[in-house]
Design a binder for this molecule. Sequence first.
Ligand SMILES: COc1ccccc1CNc1ccc(C(N)=O)cn1
Length: 247
Amino acid sequence: MVTFHILSIFPEMFVGVFQESILKRAQEKGLIKINLVNIRNYATDKHRTTDDYPYGGGPGMIMKVEPIFRAFYDITAKAKTKPHRIFMSPQGKTFNQKKAIELAEKKEIIILCGRYEGIDERIREELIDEEISIGDYVLTGGELPAMVVVDAVSRMIPGVLGDESSKEDDSFYCGLLGYPQYTRPREFQGKKVPDVLLTGNHALIERWRRKEALRRTLLRRPDLLVEADLTEEDYKLLEEIYNEEGI
Ligand SMILES: COc1ccccc1CNc1ccc(C(N)=O)cn1
């Protein structure tokens, strides 16, 4: 069970995403809990201000310390265990499946979603355990990145995915890209499903899938091959692939 506390000035952005399909069922099954927190509720001035102009000048606004510190203290005081505190930002370490698996072990996670040009540095210094980016591009806020993290982490929690096995084979799960998938009809516009998949010979099918995952990874993301722990059998398959691809 993982409890996600999501801090944002636009918590309503999350309602649609977390009220659908797998994440909704996971909440109903008590496998995950999502606590949407509106930072504005912790702003004490009349206008419930959460941002202000940057010292030193420059474009845009910066998120203020007080509302965010109050929100963190409040959530932490109510939390059963000390939450792991994440800030979504372009300056973070790039998110990947390995990180998703690691975060799925946590009990409570706070995800701070930045808006405007970013946050007052004292928030990073005092409140954040790790900064995570979903990729090298800038968005209008950390809300979409937070949804990506909640989705990827939730999938790794036992019981969330109906068919457990789908987690094992997942693209990026074994460090390789996924193999080609087919379903009915067997032939479409003259394009047939590979015969091997119709043999019912699971050893043969597994070999074909592993080989196609290696082929796809070699051709599209050779950098992942370097990281993957390959077996002797994998190297044999790669030999065949090199010959077939004329590399
Ligand atoms: C100018 O925006 C910011 C500047 C600083 C911090 C947060 C934000 C909010 N925007 C974000 C957040 C995350 C990502 C990412 N790549 O994960 C992209 N954009």
